[in-house]
Structures are given as structure tokens and as C-alpha cells.
Design a protein around this ligand. Sequence first.
Ligand SMILES: [Zn+2]
Length: 152
Amino acid sequence: MRSPLAVLILFLCLALTQAHAVKISVLNAKPGQCPAIAPLVADLNTVQFPSDWTVYIACDAGTWQDVLRKTEVTQTDAALTVREQKLTILNSSMYTPSFSFEPYVQKTTQGVLRHELGHITCNTGSEDVADRFAHTGSCRIPPIRKTEPLSR
Ligand SMILES: [Zn+2]
């Protein structure tokens, strides 16, 4: 049972209990019209974005295509972050069963969010650094352990 009203109420409850958390905004739809909101809110409870950040979600394919066109981003169909404007935009289709994570390093929606958080926390445009952050929670390359040269 997932009526739009129930989703909206859930969203409002979570929004109220998260007054100091990241702002979530729906592009071109009301929150009650966007089924991805509930799982997104759940993800953002685990992957905590800065409180001054706004996470936008594009709830239909046309809106997402507009986002890609306006931001001139081409390499993703999942999410993108504009650090200068303190915003991250997600494609809601990431939250549908038909979405394929196969082309991505990250294999879950939470992984994608951690990757975007990596761009933010590490203040970098580097995909490698963002992926490292997604996997280790650290921006830095772990120190290389010195190994003895092989000898015969
Ligand atoms: Zn990235």
C-alpha cells in the first residue's frame, strides 16, 4: 500500500524530524507524486549530506534530460553534483527496479549518494577520489605498505 498521500505524510514526518538535515526538493512534481522520495529520504538518513546542501530529484525522464542538457553533463544517468551551487541532482529512475547499475562503479543508490558526497567532502571533480570516498569514507589514498623486494 503506497498511496501518494501516505508517501507525502511520510515525507513530511521525516522532513520535520530532520529539520537541520539536507534539504530535499522535487523537480517538476509534488513530493506526493514522486515515489522515489521515500527511499531517497531513507538513503539520506544513512548517507548524510551537509545541512547547507540541497538534493534535487528529477521525477520523470523528461526533467532528467533537461537537467543533463542544462548542466552539460553526459557521463551519468544516475546523479550529478554542482559544488559551486551546493546541489546534487538525482535521477529518480535510479530508484526503480529496471535501473541498471551495471555501467557504474557504484552498484546501489546509497553507493551513488556516497560517491556524490565524496565530490562534496573531498571538494573534488575527480571520479576516482569520489569513488574512493564511497568505498573507504576517506579522501586520501591509503599509505602504501612497503614491501621487501623479491630476492632469490
Ligand atoms: Zn562523480
